[in-house]
Ligand binder design. Structure first.
Ligand SMILES: [Zn+2]
Length: 369
């Protein structure tokens, strides 16, 4: 995995042009490995008469068969033995419809390289002890969701003075432990150390809205940060305008907009997308994004809405090279004032249930072609 390793060590993390050639080489290297080590993947590529050895140009990337995330929810794909998979992660969701992905040490080391560079670029690393509120649930042996693992991972960007987990798993899903979080927030507001929150935007929003309604206001210590990850999930209907959200954070916690950072990623595509100061998710060098027409999966132009197809050579232990999400999005090519040169991905929402059925049917059709 020499090319992939090289790619993940690069420092200029939003310079796609400079890494295009290396990216294609890394994709070819990984596709060939998956083809030779994962029977299901070989079958899929063979069905499309796609020879991974022939992957030579960026335009060729669009022809690499993609695998819908839905497929991972029903098939466990792996290319290395189970005993070499050091971490097994699942997507969030009800049991029976989760993707289970095993990650080996090689993949995790690539992930670490990425997190180090992304954290540097976005100034997330700090040596100052920090109090954390995690709008997620405490990781346990039975809870293998990637979201709980990554939320915990984010508490490593700055040394943790303390961690408060805000969600509890109940039979009806997650419950926000309101009193526990309020008590922690009250304590942290009086500390000289910065506070960071991390977690689902919806829970962060519900909590802050409640505080506002109750007339509770804090002035959080200097350097405090709100970080968001995991998307809005089942709360799309509640999705608030970003500017309203930032105004709410400022009003209730006195934290400025430039200290609100959002992340995006998926268990089937564990790349760390981090929004810039203009709150755009630029595509980092570790991945490429193709927006496809939902009807025939042909790539659409920049600026047009479609299904989000994510590509990366990062994972060694499973064929996650090209993954079709059920997210609708737009890839923007306009110049961003933040200075990052790569296009940025706007997630518009998840396709509706009826659309998912169509999509699933389409994907099935696609895979059975
Ligand atoms: Zn930007």
């Amino acid at each position: 995995m020499n090319y992939t390793k090289k790619l993940f060590r690069k420092k200029d993390i939003y310079n796609l042009e400079k890494t295009d050639e290396l990216f294609v080489k890394a994709m070819k290297e990984n596709a060939t490995f998956q083809y030779n080590n994962c029977a299901d993947y070989k079958r899929i590529l063979d069905d499309f008469s796609f020879n991974p050895e022939a992957l030579d140009t960026t335009s060729h990337l669009a022809r690499l068969p993609f695998i819908p995330t839905l497929y991972f929810k029903h098939h466990h794909l792996q290319s290395i033995p189970a005993n070499k998979q050091v971490i097994k992660a699942t997507s969030s969701g009800t049991s029976g419809s989760m993707s289970k992905i095993g990650f080996d040490l090689k993949s995790l080391l690539r992930g670490l390289d990425m997190v180090i560079q992304v954290g540097k670029y976005h100034k997330l690393w700090s040596i100052k002890p920090t109090n954390y509120i995690v709008f997620g649930y405490q990781p346990t042996k039975t809870n293998k969701t990637a979201v709980s693992k990554t939320a915990y991972g984010f508490t490593l960007f700055a040394p943790a003075k303390s961690r408060t987990f805000a969600l509890e798993m109940t039979d009806n899903g997650y419950k926000l432990l309101w009193d526990k979080v309020l008590k922690a927030l009250d304590k942290y507001s009086k500390s000289k150390l910065p506070m960071r929150t991390i977690g689902f935007p919806a829970y962060t929003y519900f909590f802050l809205r409640d505080l506002k309604e109750k007339g509770i206001r804090y002035k959080m210590p200097k350097g405090s940060m709100i970080t968001l990850g995991g998307g809005w999930k089942q709360f799309y209907a509640e999705k608030v305008d970003k500017q309203d959200f930032y105004a709410l954070v400022k009003e209730v916690l006195d934290i400025d907009e430039d200290h609100i950072v959002e992340f995006f990623g998926a268990v089937e595509h564990p790349i760390l997308y981090t929004d810039c100061k203009c709150h755009h998710f630029h595509v980092p060098i570790y991945s490429r994004v193709i927006i496809r027409n939902p009807d025939d999966f042909s790539p659409v132009e920049h600026g047009k809405i479609g299904l989000v197809n994510l590509m990366s050579p990062m994972i060694h232990s499973a064929p996650l090279l090209s993954v079709m999400t059920d997210d609708l999005g737009i890839l923007h090519k306009e110049k961003c004032p933040c200075g990052a040169s790569s296009p940025w991905l706007e997630i518009i929402g998840r396709v509706g249930v009826s659309d998912i059925v169509t999509c699933a049917a389409g994907a099935d059709e696609y895979l059975n072609k």
